[in-house]
Design a protein around this ligand. Structure first.
Ligand SMILES: Nc1ncnc2c1ncn2[C@@H]1O[C@H](COP(=O)(O)OP(=O)(O)OP(=O)(O)O)[C@@H](O)[C@H]1O
Length: 259
């Protein structure tokens, strides 16, 4: 299967802070990849590079077959907080990327209304974001990202602001949507179980700068559900990721003490 995203030999730093060095990453079309790493390692920076908000100093980033400097608008982005506009209704919020692409407003709204039932939101089309629960707002945010018309979705800790039960529901919901849409998904999370449950592959980001991420394949059979966490393969992966992160945390702390 062809690559949807490829980083080759990428270097990136902020003034005085190296983030990536000789960094390679390949994501196949339709794959679900989770990324996990210590705070401040550069996860959001990676997403900004993919979205084209930042450019690499060296190396290249390809989306599909193309090497693109201008990647803005080529990926769907779902942030931690939904960033829905409070003065726009649910239909108006979700239709925004279509309108930006030049689809006439009326047509954009019809298309969103057709989609809403699949998101359990058909009764909320004309409501405002403040009337919806956190989980519902994140579903609107996901639909809006999907309607930006791209096959690559970047999910930046999409459920971190939700309560525990809603979060579990949303994880199962996202797995369904991923299978339904066939989109390629790249998700940042701080939650090891979430990283494993959803993904085909977990990428553990280590090092300062990040050179060779550790890539772990998740062979838990699909369809998965919250109960899949109790399978022996899951427990072993959780231990392995936990050990990697703990070692990295101590290494970073001792580097901090030396500096
Ligand atoms: N615009 C910037 N200018 C300079 N340094 C920056 C800038 N943005 C981020 N950094 C630094 O780069 C490093 C990586 O930041 P980034 O936000 O990508 O990390 P992260 O892994 O997403 O963190 P977290 O898990 O806490 O969200 C951090 O040390 C951060 O302080």
């Amino acid at each position: 299967m062809r690559d949807q995203l490829a980083f080759s030999n990428v270097r990136f730093s902020y003034t005085g802070t190296p983030i990536l060095e000789d960094f390679d990453l390949r994501v196949k079309k339709g794959e679900f990849v989770s990324m996990i790493g210590p705070s401040g390692i550069g996860k959001s920076t990676l997403f900004q590079l993919i979205a084209g908000l930042l450019q690499p100093e060296q190396g290249e980033i390809r989306l599909g077959e193309e090497r693109m400097e201008q990647r803005l608008g080529q990926v769907g982005y779902m942030p931690q907080r939904d960033l829905l506009m409070p003065w726009r209704t649910i239909v108006e919020n979700a239709a925004l990327p279509l309108e930006i692409k030049g689809v006439p407003k009326k047509e954009a709204h019809v298309r969103v209304r057709q989609e809403l039932p699949r998101y359990g939101l058909h009764e909320w089309a004309d409501a405002y974001p403040a009337q919806l629960s956190g989980g519902m707002r994140q579903r609107v945010s996901f639909l809006r990202a999907l309607l930006s018309g791209t096959d690559l979705m970047l999910l930046d800790e999409p459920f971190s602001a939700l309560d525990g039960i809603t979060r579990l529901d949303m994880q199962e919901w996202l797995m369904e949507k991923w299978q339904e849409t066939g989109s390629t998904m790249l998700m940042i999370t701080h939650d090891i179980d979430e990283a494993i449950l959803l993904a085909d592959r977990v990428i553990v980001l280590l090092g300062k700068p990040i050179r060779q991420p550790v890539e772990l394949h998740v062979s838990i059979p699909r369809p998965r559900a919250v109960g899949s966490r109790n399978q022996p393969g899951f427990l072993a992966l959780r231990e392995q990721i936990w050990a990697l992160l703990r070692t990295e945390q101590s290494r970073l702390q001792s580097l901090g003490r030396e500096a």
